[in-house]
Design a binder for this molecule. Structure first.
Ligand SMILES: [Zn+2]
Length: 398
């Protein structure tokens, strides 16, 4: 039976076993013994939704918890959200992470832990580090102070420079099978079997998405609306309307993710300053709280922007699933549809075009995902996409 902190991970037994050994050996190392399963630099990879970030932050929590991840103490509760003084969670913002930021991070990482035996630095989206930033970090990663642990996260090993790969221990998370996601929804979240089956299938192995679809009726409705878009692109005005609608749905999905996090962090910050709602701070303490609040606001705003982009991407993955289904119907393949409940509408779409049309639409959706990842304004990218979904041969002329 694994420690409670690992319960957030679904279908990742191998990873949990490996990390539990590391936590155990980390404890040995602090007593001067040898602990081969523990090391100072880790690379966690896994597709979005596989739990890559949860694995990294749970590992960080287990290292700073005095009971190897009890799941209940202050350390276990605060570390995963970055609210523990010995755990830094860094999310490179925007498109990349530069040299100056990397240098600051190294200084911070070298500081001795204050409440536990380790100072853990989790770098999410390490694939966004610039080559120069990586070069600055490499030496720190190679020869860290004895109490420092680096955990870098990226979608896949190909996304990071080989120099990082060769200096870190690699932990690979996989997309969990539909059946495992379904069982987790039923057993852990008390979701009804029919809804769990739908949500597991529709999420295509993305745990957070599966949970949102299983427990939030509005999220289900918004997904349904997005999937009806291809049936409604009758003319150009419709293309523009639906681009705006898709973005609006992504905004709402993002809000339901970031609002609770924002609130939690604001409460944590005020608590850290000892400022309860009925207590007034004065002088230097107040100024320093105000400046921290400002900093937090800016971070939260950046996270909101990124979450919206992530949710647009989720909607586009849903559209890819839909066109995959259409293609399966067109080719007469006997393979289960992702959107089985929409079969009549999908059959109609399949009958209205050729396999080549569908192929071009799939390419168009993928192209849009890349554009949005490269920071193109979402609305503009989506408008272009809608026009192309309506007439998939438009790009030929250009
Ligand atoms: Zn604990």
């Amino acid at each position: 039976m694994s420690a409670p902190i690992w319960q957030v991970l679904i279908g990742q037994e191998e990873v949990v076993t490996k990390l539990e050994r590391a936590v155990r050996d980390a404890e040995l190392m602090t007593r001067g013994e040898s602990g081969p399963a523990m090391t100072h630099a880790w690379l966690f990879t896994g597709p979005p939704g596989s739990g890559r970030s949860n694995a990294a932050t749970s590992f960080a929590a287990a290292l700073v918890c005095s009971e190897a991840g009890c799941g209940e103490c202050q350390a276990c509760r605060n570390a995963p959200t970055g609210g523990h003084p010995d755990v830094d969670i860094v999310r490179p913002q925007g498109l990349s992470y530069g040299v100056d930021e990397a240098r600051d991070l190294i200084k911070q990482a070298a500081m001795s832990p204050t409440m536990s035996q380790w100072h853990v630095v989790v770098v999410e989206d390490a694939d966004r580090l610039t080559d120069q930033a990586v070069n600055v970090l490499l030496k720190a990663i190679e020869e860290p102070p004895p109490h420092t642990v680096w955990i870098l996260c990226a979608p896949s090993a190909e996304d990071v420079l080989p120099t990082i790969l060769s200096r870190t221990r690699h932990v690979v998370l996989r997309t969990p099978p539909t059946k495992v996601v379904m069982e987790a929804l039923i057993n852990r979240y008390g979701v009804d079997a029919a809804v769990a089956s739908f949500a597991a299938r529709a999420s295509q192995g993305h745990i957070g998405r599966a949970r949102a679809l299983a427990t939030d009726e509005h999220a289900r409705l918004r997904r349904h609306e997005v999937l009806r878009i291809p049936m409604q692109l009758h003319d150009l005005p419709a293309c523009f309307t639906h681009a705006a609608k898709l973005l609006e749905a992504a905004n709402l999905d993002a809000k339901s993710i970031t609002d609770p996090l924002d609130e939690l962090e604001q409460t944590q910050l005020r608590k850290a300053f000892g400022a309860d709602s009925d207590m007034r701070l004065k002088g230097q303490l107040k100024r320093s709280l105000d400046s921290s609040v400002k900093q937090l606001d800016a971070q939260q705003k950046r996270r909101r922007t990124r979450t919206i982009r992530d949710q647009v991407d989720r909607a586009l993955v849903d559209l890819l699933g839909l066109y995959r289904d259409v293609l399966l119907i067109q080719t007469g393949a006997d393979i289960a549809l992702i959107n089985e409940e929409m079969r009549p509408g999908l059959s109609q779409l399949a009958a209205q075009g050729t396999q080549q049309d569908t192929g071009r639409r799939l390419l168009a959706v993928n192209y849009t995902r890349k554009q949005i990842d490269a920071n193109v304004t979402p609305l503009i990218a989506l408008e272009a996409l809608m026009v192309e979904l309506k007439d998939p041969w438009l790009r030929v002329a250009s």
